[in-house]
Design a protein around this ligand. Structure first.
Ligand SMILES: C[S@@+](CC[C@H](N)C(=O)[O-])C[C@H]1O[C@@H](n2cnc3c(N)ncnc32)[C@H](O)[C@@H]1O
Length: 263
């Protein structure tokens, strides 16, 4: 029922969207955004109140979801692997984007959303995996696995959003080396990290991680963070060329998106 309501909302969004140019694209985005967030988060009602409200809050507040679509980062990548995928929000977001785009509800000037043939997720927490499966259906490919050891298979793009700082420096390097081995020559890694040189805002993001972990009964975390320069050096050592883009707009954090091409 919720998906039907949401589809009605999409259909009710006014189109064609306004004239061209950055200001028009932004106003198009403001028109499309509520439908996209509804569509992507409503399946999580099946997974309980927490999962639903978490999905809405995260999709609303985290700038990475818009950036992935606006910049066409995953365009043309048929096989995507989302490591540390949590409750599978990326899959839900890309499904919602495809749905909106098919109905002509899409910001003018934005690239088409990615049409991946497979989106596989790997996630350590059994609870998150259960939420992902309940929301996204039995056909969703979210596997409970520890990415520090699980085989990755092959992919054209790998996502690692806010995950690597949970593991030791040695595991970070090992994971990145195995990600590189899973990708072809022009493969893409999208990595989001906090900038350890980010001062008070960085400390606030680490504190937030700790509070969330405590609230979820995971106890005190040992986090392993680096400056952006150090992350890029590690990426180079693992045979990636990377560019860094700020990715904390609208939040008090110092997050950075590292867009890394397999060299
Ligand atoms: C901050 S959340 C980010 C979730 C998701 N990437 C997103 O952006 O919505 C970090 C996730 O990484 C997962 N994680 C941490 N260490 C992991 C490991 N060794 N293997 C698999 N998942 C892991 C956590 O369980 C958690 O769901």
């Amino acid at each position: 029922m919720h998906e039907r309501l949401s589809a009605e909302r999409v259909a009710g969004t006014r189109g064609p969207l306004s004239a061209s140019g950055p200001a028009a694209a932004h106003s198009d985005w403001l028109a499309v955004r509520p439908a996209l967030i509804d569509l992507a988060s409503l399946p999580y009602r099946r997974a309980g109140r927490f999962a639903y409200h978490f999905a809405r809050g995260k999709l609303r507040g985290d700038p990475v979801f818009r950036a992935l679509l606006e910049r066409g980062l995953l365009h043309g990548r048929a096989h995507i692997l989302d490591l540390g995928c949590g409750q599978g929000l990326l899959t839900a977001w890309l499904r919602a984007a495809a749905h909106c785009h098919e109905r002509g509800i899409w910001p003018r000037g934005w690239p088409e959303p990615p049409r991946a043939r497979t989106i596989r997720g790997m996630e350590l927490s059994a609870r998150e995996v259960a939420r992902a499966r309940r929301a996204l259906g039995a056909e969703c490919a979210v596997e409970q696995a520890d990415i520090r050891g699980a085989p990755f298979g092959s992919a054209e793009a790998v996502m690692l959003l806010d995950v690597l700082h949970y593991m030791s420096p040695e595991s970070q390097r090992d994971v990145l080396e195995r990600v590189r081995a899973a990708l072809p020559q022009d493969g893409l890694l999208v990595l989001r990290v906090g900038d350890a040189d980010g001062g008070v805002r960085f400390r606030l993001s680490r504190w937030t991680d700790q509070v969330i972990a405590l609230a979820r009964g995971r106890g005190l975390l040992r986090l392993h963070c680096r400056s952006i320069g150090e992350w890029q050096e590690l990426l180079r050592a693992c045979h990636f060329d990377s560019t860094a883009q700020p990715m904390s707009g609208g939040t008090p954090f110092t997050n950075v998106l590292l867009i890394a091409q397999a060299a």
